[in-house]
Design a binder for this molecule. Structure first.
Ligand SMILES: [Zn+2]
Length: 487
């Protein structure tokens, strides 16, 4: 890997890139394109996870937010959009372009994120552990609403003119990762040549329930690519083979299955998978309850924006484009959630959060975990220190709301529903372009995974008789891309 050259300031005819997050880490996606005199921000993600990273959200972003002319948003996961209200607080006043579904989901995600920020500040004040007195939220619901006012809709495949002098334009192409998710293609004329830059956002997988396959990569000079699974391959065991036996046994003995799941995307995906298995007789027909106000709202957005091409005919059921018309109940209000306490017998209950770090799922865990007839089904990765991890490790008890809850229920952890392309998926996506990019920047991955993906991309390009320069940018690093293209 080569390091970036020294940047010559005030070059109005050059393309430069600077990286302000998701550089050597998987969260905080923020990249700034300096196309001549125009500055375009790609994503405004929140740093998440370890405290060291979360504290970065309080630091200067490393650029002047008021100097950004346009922002393009790849999708609405918090590590891509959750920093936007903070940036607006710091002076960002630029149109934020996103797809129509992302427009709707952004409201849901940012208002929820603001609520969490406000709760964290209140919690810090109660416990007195903040350095600041009183502890302030990173942003409030009012800040989130101001950020949401900057949204502008840009449909998939439609070119948007950003700057006439350099013919700077951009469009969104479906990345198949989340409803409304996109990768971003930018074209411009700088220093007497046309340059095409693509930012991958997060790349999804093929043949996933609910989402279309990622569109092929167009021919481009410069690629900024995520590397979340730069060294990993997803397991290929079908979901049904992972769950058939434990599900059938639990339901046959009258038990309830609790599935902790993220409210947006994941809850809908799991429900869809389970409905299909029931309709095809692979699982017994039992009621499915989705207990989460956010999942309720997200399901409505999914139902409205779902592309008919990404669902099978059986989802139509009653002939309408509605996700779950049959045997699925959505519980929005607290009263509707409480009703579930009275219901017993074979049924499936889906509730957030996905790693049991908070939310309504904890009430259900308290009620269901001590009974050996019941089961908790964990979906995907469970971070260290979470209750999800404790259950996956087969501990005897878990602490919920100050009480030690006995874990006598069965548990099963399923894999294979990740929304990210794995190493091979990323390589195949890059290979879907008519020819390899000349330069690739690996972001949104641990440094070892980013480096490994870069090496694999170089090797793939070499086999196609092309050369590719690859870089793993560091936090705050800036590159003179025009000079690299000359080099
Ligand atoms: Zn994502």
């Amino acid at each position: 890997m080569r390091r970036g050259r020294e940047v010559i300031p005030n070059v109005s005819e050059s393309l430069r890139l600077s990286f302000h997050g998701a550089a050597g880490t998987v969260t905080g996606s923020r990249h700034l394109v300096h196309a001549g005199k125009t500055r375009v921000l790609l994503d405004a993600g929140l740093f998440q996870g370890l405290k060291k990273l979360r504290l970065k959200n309080w630091e200067s972003p490393g650029f002047e937010p008021s100097m950004v002319h346009h922002m393009l948003l790849s999708h609405t996961h918090i590590d891509h959009v959750g920093y936007l209200p903070r940036l607006v607080k710091l002076g960002l006043d630029a149109p934020v372009y996103c797809t129509p579904a992302a427009y709707e989901l952004a409201e849901l995600m940012l208002l929820d994120s603001a609520k969490i920020q406000e709760e964290d500040a209140r919690h810090a004040n109660r416990k007195g552990y903040s350095k600041h007195h009183p502890a302030l939220p990173l942003y409030t619901a009012a800040d989130a609403r101001r950020a949401l006012e900057l949204r502008r809709v840009l449909r998939y495949n439609q070119w948007l003119d950003l700057e006439p002098e350099t013919k700077l334009r951009a469009r969104f192409l479906n990345s198949g990762h989340l409803l409304g998710s996109a990768f971003i293609e930018m074209r411009m004329e700088l220093g007497g040549r046309e340059i095409c830059l693509v930012f991958s956002g997060d790349i999804g997988r093929h043949d996933m329930p609910l989402h279309l396959d990622p569109r092929p990569l167009p021919k481009c000079d410069v690629l900024i690519i995520e590397s979340t699974y730069g060294t990993k391959l997803h397991p290929t065991t079908p979901i049904i083979d992972q769950i058939r036996v434990p599900f059938k046994e639990t339901l046959d003995q009258g038990g309830t299955i609790l599935i902790p799941a993220f409210a947006v995307g994941r809850s809908q995906q799991i429900t869809l998978v389970l409905r299909r298995l029931m309709k095809t007789g692979q699982l017994p027909e039992v009621p499915i309850h989705i207990d989460s106000p956010m999942a309720f709202k997200a399901t409505r957005i999914y139902s409205r924006f779902l592309d008919p091409r990404n669902i099978d005919a059986d989802v139509y059921e009653d002939g309408r484009l509605k996700l779950f018309p049959e045997n699925v109940r959505l519980h929005r209000t607290t009263a509707e959630s409480m009703e579930l306490n009275k219901l017993s017998g074979p049924r499936i209950l889906i509730s957030s959060s996905g790693m049991l770090s908070g939310g309504r799922v904890l009430h259900h865990l308290k009620r269901l975990a001590p009974d050996p007839r019941n089961m908790v089904m964990l979906v995907g990765y469970q971070a260290e220190g979470t209750r999800g991890r404790a259950i996956a490790e087969g501990r005897d008890t878990v602490k919920v709301h100050g009480q030690h809850i006995k874990l006598r229920c069965r548990n099963v952890q399923i894999h294979g529903l990740s929304g990210h392309a794995d190493r091979q998926g990323l390589l195949d996506w890059v290979a879907s372009a008519p020819e390899p990019p000349k330069i690739a920047f690996m972001v949104h991955g641990r440094p070892d995974r980013a480096e490994a993906l870069g090496a694999a991309l170089q090797e793939q390009a070499r086999r196609a008789q092309h050369s590719m320069q690859t870089f793993v940018p560091e936090f705050g690093q800036e590159f003179d891309v025009s000079a690299l293209l000359d080099g």
